[in-house]
Design a protein around this ligand. Structure first.
Ligand SMILES: [Zn+2]
Length: 493
């Protein structure tokens, strides 16, 4: 799978549910989106990239949590939504927009979308939305109906709570009439699901048969949400409300952003919302006669030092804690260099200090010091590099980033760092510097020039991952007089 980008790039994270505080799982999805957005801004121009994230703020669980805190749902969502905004700012995330489902710009368009869905028919000639009784076990914590087979000792395993028996009239979406079209688009990769194992998982789900889904709930069961105009007793249930954010943020259907950026080039998510994004979302878009996103990329759940992350184990990692310890850029490096997108995602926090020292302090930081110190001492900081603009910057990171292989992209950059260190050890510029021989002097200039070029190549390739660090190095090596940095790029811890 390669992201298929020509002249514009639209990337989204899911909107995160405000019943949870930002943790490493949210951070991972958002960091990946940030790297891709930065990469494509460099490649096709800032104005041609749009990066959206946000928060999902409706639902019974939000109303319940707000009531527990004795505040209004709006105040509650304001607070948590701000925590997400702050977390992304602390991580130096460069999202172009942050959508909240409680904003009026979103709600207005959702009402239009619901009305449109109410008015249209499926390809088989059925109403897209129809009313029927729904009866089932409902977990308020999960905010969804839960199957008997999913219960452990009669309780929801995630919430350790007995579900409620609920029966009510709801509006349903006729998913059945779209499944064969969606299946064909997934099989042909017109709608690419990445990685392949997830594609097969979705095709398996379709073969099993996926029931129609409800798009509304009674006001009693979901008091905090968007009203259905044609049925005053009902509120929009999560799917149409939340999934639509990807187009409401672009001001669907007439907005300039929508015209320019839809369909999404890549939509990122964790595996828990796979079914909704690979089946419900395409069905909604097909019903609205809107093109489907190009790629849905799905990563797994996170374990922390090999253990499942959970509040009860007390091992939930919050991005702010890592940023406090390492800063935004190093945090991103430590996370992305640990595992590949879509594979087993174990965050080995205990390995971070060693990795920091090895790769950043002794690796990149030391290389910059080593080279600039020699240029400063042996050549009084003066070195002439005339064709910096024309050297090949390609070391294979572009292909890796476009295939979401961030770990491998970083590995290629660090291989270059290591190669440069090895070259210095072999060239022994300190011996050349002592020689009065003209040939040795020429060789000294030439090898030091080569190292500076290496630093240049390393910095440019590092930009999507660590843009500030890259900018610092570029500033040092392109100065009219090169000097060893007064303070190391990465202080030893
Ligand atoms: Zn539950």
């Amino acid at each position: 799978m390669v992201t298929k980008v020509k002249n514009k790039f639209y990337i989204t994270t899911p909107i995160y549910y405000v019943n949870d505080q930002p943790h490493i799982g949210h951070a991972y999805t958002t960091i990946v989106a940030d790297v891709l957005a930065r990469y494509y801004r460099q490649k096709i121009g800032k104005e041609n990239v749009y990066f959206l994230t946000g928060t999902d703020e409706h639902g019974a669980k939000v109303a319940e949590s707000a009531a527990l805190k004795n505040i209004s749902p709006q105040k509650f969502t304001d607070q948590i939504s701000q925590q997400f905004k702050d977390a992304w700012q602390n991580l130096a995330i460069t999202n172009d927009d942050f959508i909240r489902t409680t904003e009026s710009r979103h709600q207005k368009i959702v009402v239009n979308i619901l009305n449109k869905l109410k008015a249209v028919k499926t390809p088989a000639g059925n109403e897209v939305l129809y009313e029927t009784d729904y009866e089932g076990l409902y977990c308020v914590g999960c905010e969804k109906f839960i199957l008997e087979s999913e219960l452990v000792d009669g309780k929801c395993p995630d919430h350790n709570k007995e579900p409620e028996q609920v029966k009510e009239k709801n509006w349903f979406f006729k998913l059945a009439d779209y499944l064969s079209i969606i299946q064909q688009k997934i099989e042909s990769d017109e709608l690419t699901i990445y990685p392949k194992a997830r594609k097969n998982e979705v095709l398996g789900l379709i073969k099993q048969g996926i029931p129609d889904f409800s798009i509304s709930r009674s006001k009693k069961s979901v008091p905090w949400g968007i009203d259905l105009l044609w049925d005053k007793n009902q509120k929009a249930y999560v799917w149409v409300d939340a999934l639509s954010n990807y187009i409401t943020a672009l001001d669907y259907p007439k907005g300039k952003l929508y015209q320019k950026f839809w369909p999404a080039d890549i939509q990122l998510m964790a595996v828990d919302i796979l079914k909704f994004h690979t089946l419900y979302w395409p069905a909604i878009l097909l019903a609205l006669d809107i093109p489907l996103p190009k790629i849905l990329a799905i990563h797994g759940f996170f374990t922390i030092n090999g253990q499942k992350m959970s509040k009860s184990l007390g091992n939930v990692v919050h991005p702010d804690e890592l940023v406090k310890e390492y800063g935004a850029e190093v945090t991103k490096y430590l996370i992305l260099s640990q595992f590949s997108f879509g594979s087993e995602s174990d965050i080995k926090v205990e390995e971070f200090p060693n990795k920091y020292n090895a790769d950043l302090v002794n690796g990149l930081g030391n290389l910059v010091n080593r080279i600039t110190k020699m240029v400063e001492e042996y050549l009084k900081g003066k070195i002439k590099i005339d064709d910096l603009e024309n050297i090949s910057l390609k070391i294979g990171t572009e292909e890796m980033i476009e295939q979401l292989n961030f770990k491998e992209a970083l590995f290629k950059i660090w291989a270059r760092i290591q190669d440069c260190d090895t070259a210095i050890d072999q060239d022994k510029p300190w011996i050349l510097a002592k020689s009065k021989n003209i040939k040795d002097q020429e060789k000294l200039k030439s090898v030091l020039g080569k190292y500076i070029k290496d630093l240049y190549i390393i910095s440019i390739n590092l930009k999507p991952f660590m843009s500030e660090t890259a900018a610092k190095i570029l500033k040092i090596i392109t100065a009219s007089k090169i000097k060893k940095p007064a303070t190391p790029l990465f202080p030893r811890k």
